[in-house]
Design a protein around this ligand. Structure first.
Ligand code: ASP
Ligand code: MG
Length: 403
């Protein structure tokens, strides 16, 4: 088998942990597999390097920032390769450039354009373990670029795709994806499998585990991802993120997500005429404000009410955009003490009554639902922030996710 393994910052957080990773990689190689390992920088290292840059400049040249932060991953890749060679396992460390990773020129958030698999394949053929510094590539000028925070995940998925690996294992500090945040509901269970789309919808659960962009890429390239703990020795089957199958639809709901970082904006009595929403949402988009849910009621007497949510961190900017609409509406009202709870599952496509059960559950707990939105595989409800955790636990029980 060709196995791609990625180890995150905490997994390579100190020298003992790097040795632990070397042992794991060696074991995989000893079992007869070809192994390509992608490493992150030691935890905290990227932030430290960014602080160094800020010591000299508020606005450092992005090209230099990329050269700087790419060094964190180079350190861990070289150390891991040294450790493996010392154990008698021939290994070679490669930078993004040496691994054939070409990107566009958007410094600090570059996209991968192509990967030439040949240099890595050559080393594998020579019997070596290939250790690649994650998070980086080069642009057409030969300058080092980086792929955005958390970008080592993206390196791993892209390499797994380019090499047509059998599996892409992501080793991290949790042992998989859970039905909900175990800190909110200790009865949360680890999922054996989850589809790419469910994983993307459960972003608030998954974000700490995997960067969304990497899940999107895995879906596009059809790469199976296995999320596992790098610290557990036993009971470490992990969660497989893979393409949707008929089997998955038998499970009605896979998980419950909670997002407390949203704020609600309601515009009462907005002019009801063609083009007004286009103007409003274009103005928000121009400021890069990420609108999530939008609801508009049926207009009445030339006026309509429009409600939408934005990230709480973007509320101040939203308020300044909304000034333009103050004299074209009756009232604009803001609330940042809201929570969005989402019920996610591919089984919703083929079963009815799932939304009704969510609303019943809120009714039983006497929680008022302020907004509702649905997609093919998700029901989201906006409620008062202080009931967020309660709603999660109640829904988790109602869909029997603890069973
Ligand atoms: N070291 C980079 C970061 O901290 C990339 C990664 O860890 O995936 O964002
Ligand atoms: Mg990470």
């Amino acid at each position: 088998m060709l196995v791609v393994q990625k180890y995150g910052g905490t997994s390579v957080g100190d020298l003992d942990r790097i040795q632990n990773v070397a042992n794991k990689v060696a074991k995989t190689a000893k079992e007869g597999n070809d192994v390509v390992v992608i490493v992150s920088a030691m935890s905290g290292e990227t932030n430290k390097l960014l602080d160094y840059a800020r010591h000299f400049s508020k606005n450092p040249p992005q090209r230099e920032v990329d050269l700087l932060v790419s060094s964190g991953e180079r350190v861990t890749s070289a150390l891991l390769s040294i450790a493996l060679n010392e154990m008698g396992y021939p290994a070679i460390a490669m930078t993004g450039r040496q691994a054939g990773i070409k990107t566009d020129s958007h410094h600090t958030k570059a996209r991968i354009d192509s990967i030439d698999p040949q240099p890595m394949q050559q080393q594998l053929k020579e019997g070596k373990i290939v250790v690649v510094a994650g998070f980086q590539g080069i642009n057409e000028n030969g300058d080092v670029t980086t792929l955005g925070r958390g970008g080592s995940d993206l390196t791993a998925v892209a390499i797994a795709g380019a090499l047509d690996a059998d599996v892409c294992e992501i080793y991290t500090d949790v042992d998989g994806i859970y039905t909900t945040d175990p800190r909110i509901e200790p009865k949360a269970k680890r999922l054996k499998t989850i589809s790419y789309d469910e994983m993307l919808e459960l972003a608030s659960l998954g974000a700490k585990v995997m960067q969304s962009r990497s899940v999107e890429l895995a879906k596009k390239l059809n790469v199976d991802i296995l999320v596992k703990s790098s610290f557990k020795e036993t009971d470490n089957e992990g969660t497989l993120i893979t393409k949707e199958s008929k089997d998955m639809e038998k499970v009605l709901v896979s998980g419950i997500a909670l997002d407390k970082n949203q704020a609600r904006v309601t515009v009462f009595g907005l002019e009801d005429k063609p083009g007004i929403n286009a103007e409003l949402f274009n103005k928000l988009a121009d400021k890069q404000i990420n609108v999530d849910m939008i609801i508009q009621n049926v207009g009445h007497d030339g006026q309509a009410n429009v409600t939408f949510t934005v990230p709480a961190t973007e509320l101040e900017m939203t308020k300044s955009v909304m000034q333009d609409f103050e004299n074209r509406s009756n009232e604009i009202n803001y609330d940042d003490s809201i929570a969005k709870v989402s019920v996610v599952g591919v089984g919703m496509k083929s079963h009815s009554g799932i939304a009704a059960k969510a609303f019943d559950t809120m009714a039983k707990e006497n929680i008022n639902i302020q907004m509702i939105s649905t997609s093919e595989i998700k029901i989201s409800m906006v409620i008062d922030e202080k009931y967020g955790e309660l709603a999660v636990r109640a829904l988790h029980a109602a869909y029997e996710l603890d069973k």
